[in-house]
Design a protein around this ligand. Structure first.
Ligand SMILES: Nc1ncnc2c1ncn2[C@@H]1O[C@H](COP(=O)(O)OP(=O)(O)OP(=O)(O)O)[C@@H](O)[C@H]1O
Ligand code: NI
Length: 450
């Protein structure tokens, strides 16, 4: 899954299958509003692994659960968020199954100026919240996907957006995941995007055989049953490296070792032939040897199936192994994003540097540095740098200005960090002002984001 390998394999990068734009997920407790995910942007590309790394409480799991449609009350995804699934076959299938919820975006966009739409008072997000440098990059699709389409006659239930062709004959488009509910949500979750959790026992039912559980997924998502399903279940167990699959298909989860259970869960996730696999610390509970085997298995499956993988861990060593691209999260925000090589060779954000110094063997003089303190609960709007209290580079404006993501590497234009130290070639004061000017998502709209 390393960079060179992917480049060799595919030549050029494929288009993203999932784009996460300005994702905001909050928990509304009696006491406070916890902004667990606060304006996150990243992509999942077929055949690649995007790593999400950060300490406990940084919002990794809530990001994953938001994409899966698994955020439960008192949590919800806020208006202005968009998670798009770009997969032509899925768009066609969904347009067919949910015609009443399908919209011809070209028709809606005709004669509209997206910049002007974003300027509307009622809109709580700006194009810059979507990661654009310039408002002209925004599209009507961004506007609509982010939930502001009502002004254009779009129902909040609408979730399939056609960008080429028509509603009756869709050629291309996207499904807006944050607007799915009921049947459409079930079809996406498990069917198109599958998830593997840290503890395999959360996915396995102790009272059914492993085979039964895989067969159930096959029946639900691929319409296989009986002998056909059993045969496919055995094939899947073999594909994930479970020896003697013909016998083990009839065993119960407790008869499997930890590593074998996680393999079985991966087989179950693959049963529905997903495009995207989200792995939330899938190897954290396993010993190092087994962990390496599971990572290798995932890499092989990815190559065979052109899977887009989102891989969550707090372990920088694992991230280096598995990722093509890395997003470093802190208190609900992505603070640095880069391809894996530049991230490790030239980490820019002080938080990333801190995380790297805490990997054994990486520091000069052999002393293991850990970042003192813990991730704060993001229970107020980010009007300052949330890392500042722990940051060795902190200077005064860090307490008053919220840093936005800016390019930090001349050779790699996609390498960004959200830190007031950048752009480095600008005088500090000018850099700070440019962050302040671009962080218009919160205050200009008259106060808090919801
Ligand atoms: N159901 C919930 N109700 C209230 N707050 C929640 C809920 N779930 C998560 N949070 C809060 O959201 C924030 C992000 O949590 P999340 O589980 O995504 O962190 P994480 O990065 O996955 O950490 P870990 O490495 O420990 O798994 C934390 O502040 C957490 O307390
Ligand atoms: Ni987590």
């Amino acid at each position: 899954m390393a960079v060179e390998q992917t480049a060799e394999r595919t030549g050029t990068r494929e288009e993203p299958i999932v784009t996460v734009r300005n994702l905001q997920t909050a928990f509304f407790t009696d006491k406070e509003v916890i902004r667990a995910v606060d304006g996150v942007n990243f992509e999942i590309v077929p055949g690649e692994t995007v790593g999400i790394v950060g300490e406990s409480g940084s919002g990794k799991s809530v990001t994953a659960r938001s994409i899966m449609g698994l955020v439960d009350s008192p949590g919800r995804i806020l208006e202005g968020s968009s998670v798009r699934f770009h997969h032509t076959d899925t768009v066609r299938e969904f347009a067919d199954r949910f015609p009443g919820r399908t919209v011809d975006l070209a028709a809606v966009a005709e004669g509209r100026d997206p910049e002007a739409l974003f300027a509307h008072d009622a809109v709580g997000a700006t194009p810059s919240a979507f990661g654009y440098d310039d408002a002209s990059e925004a599209s009507v699709a961004d506007f609509v996907a982010a939930g502001y389409g009502e002004a254009l006659g779009i129902d909040p239930e609408d979730c399939v957006f056609i960008t080429e062709g028509t509603v009756d004959d869709p050629l291309d488009g996207f499904v807006e995941i944050t607007r799915l509910s009921g049947e459409s949500q079930r079809a996406m979750r498990g069917g198109r995007i599958a998830m593997v959790f840290q503890d395999p026992l959360t996915s396995l039912n102790p009272v059914y055989t492993v085979g039964n559980q895989i067969e159930e997924a096959l029946e639900l998502h691929r319409d296989l049953s009986g002998r056909e399903a059993t045969r496919e279940a055995i094939d899947l167990l073999e594909a994930v490296g479970i020896p003697d699959a013909r016998r083990r298909v009839n065993e119960y989860p407790h008869q499997f070792s930890g590593g074998m259970r996680q393999r079985a869960v991966i087989a179950m996730a693959l049963a529905c032939d997903p495009e995207v696999l989200i792995c939330d610390e899938p190897t954290t509970a396993l010993d190092v040897t087994i962990q390496a085997q599971i990572l290798e298995l995932l890499a092989d499956l990815q190559t065979d199936r052109d899977l887009g993988i989102m891989f969550i861990t707090h372990d920088m060593g694992v991230i280096a192994d598995v990722s093509d691209r890395v997003n470093v999260m802190y208190a609900g925000e992505v603070v640095e994003s880069a391809a894996v090589e530049p991230l490790f060779a030239q980490p820019r954000h002080p938080y990333t540097r801190g995380l790297l110094e805490s990997i054994p063997g990486r520091q000069e003089g052999g002393r293991l540095q850990t970042i003192e303190g813990t991730v704060p609960t993001p229970n107020e709007p980010a009007t300052y740098c949330r890392f500042a209290p722990r940051c060795p580079e902190r200077f005064e404006p860090c307490d008053e200005v919220h840093p936005v993501s800016v390019p930090v590497n001349d050779e790699d234009g996609d390498h960004t960090a959200a830190c007031l130290l950048y752009p480095e070639d600008e005088p500090r004061e000018a850099a700070v002002s440019s962050h302040e000017a671009r962080d218009d998502s919160v205050r200009e709209q008259g106060g808090e984001r919801r």
